[in-house]
Design a protein around this ligand. Structure first.
Ligand code: DGL
Length: 282
């Protein structure tokens, strides 16, 4: 097979397993690209950590990915994007793609003019969210709801227990009472809770995730930088399987099981989980 383009993998990371909701969209849109995913479950949730801690962990993980030869890095975590994206863009010599809560599309979709954002406290307090709101939703009412506890439930692969449903009720019902008709999932762990969230909101509310837009942004950036993998022979194209490599910083087998379960639920093949070596925070 004639090989063209850049065959290096793409690095993707999150505070834990939530970023798999983004990885899923990347894998769907760019099925030929090799992907290395790092979940930092031993140090999740980032939302409860200091800004400095999140920056240091993000830098250490990005350095690890760079050592693995990645050609681009996706920060599949809103919290790490808010705290560390500018620093990583300065220190990495590969493109760094971050996430942003979907304020712009939500503002377009909302008819009631009331938008809800579910996110970690750190994302809610970030200048990034403030900036997006000022820019795209100045004439809307934006209600930001911090959701402590949700990340831990998703990390434990608890997506539908009484406890998680009660937490979701507590966070979402007041937003609905205020007239929210567009709800932004501003944390990459939350899309795994979509069925439980839908039960509370009903079908009419628009729920916005960031996985697909980020995958499209990544595709654009790879193309602009001539970094996309190009397979020429079409028969082989059909059979080509990209290589997926997963790391997790946690030694807890439960985290590894959750990671496998959530990945497989996205309809893809099982991927063994490797233990992330100890990384020095920089
Ligand atoms: N997935 C992360 C995000 O998108 C979760 C943050 C956390 O670990 O608190 O913000």
């Amino acid at each position: 097979m004639l090989q063209l383009g850049d065959y290096c993998p793409i690095g993707v990371f999150d505070s834990g397993i939530g970023g798999l909701s983004v990885l899923k969209d990347i894998h769907k849109l760019l099925p030929h690209e090799d992907l290395i995913y790092v979940g930092d479950s031993a140090h999740a949730p980032y939302g409860d950590r200091s800004a400095r801690y999140v920056r240091e962990r993000s830098q250490a993980i990005a350095d690890f990915l760079l050592d693995k030869g990645v050609k681009a890095i996706v920060i599949a975590c809103n919290t790490a994007t808010a705290e560390a994206a500018s620093q990583l863009r300065e220190t990495m010599d590969v493109p760094v793609i971050g996430l942003e809560p979907a304020v712009k599309p939500a503002a377009k979709l909302s008819k009631s003019g009331v938008i809800g954002v579910l996110a970690t406290q750190r994302t809610i307090d970030s200048e990034r969210l403030l900036g997006l709101t000022e820019r795209y939703a100045k004439n809307k009412k934006v209600l930001a709801q911090a959701c402590p506890g949700l990340v831990e439930h998703v990390e434990a692969c608890d997506l539908n227990s009484k406890a998680i449903n009660q937490l979701l009720q507590k966070y979402i019902t007041p937003l609905l009472e205020e007239g929210v008709d567009a709800l932004i999932l501003g944390c990459t762990h939350y899309p795994f809770l979509l069925p439980a969230i839908r039960k509370i909101t009903g079908k009419e509310i628009q729920i916005l995730e960031t996985g697909r837009p980020v995958a499209e942004q990544l595709k654009r950036i790879l193309k602009e930088n001539h970094l996309q993998k190009i397979l020429i022979d079409s028969a082989q194209n059909l059979q080509y399987k990209s290589r997926l490599t997963f790391y997790n910083s946690s030694k807890d087998k439960q985290h590894h099981l959750s990671m496998q379960k959530l990945w497989q639920e996205s309809g893809t093949e099982q991927v063994p989980i490797l233990e992330l070596p100890n990384l020095e925070n920089t």
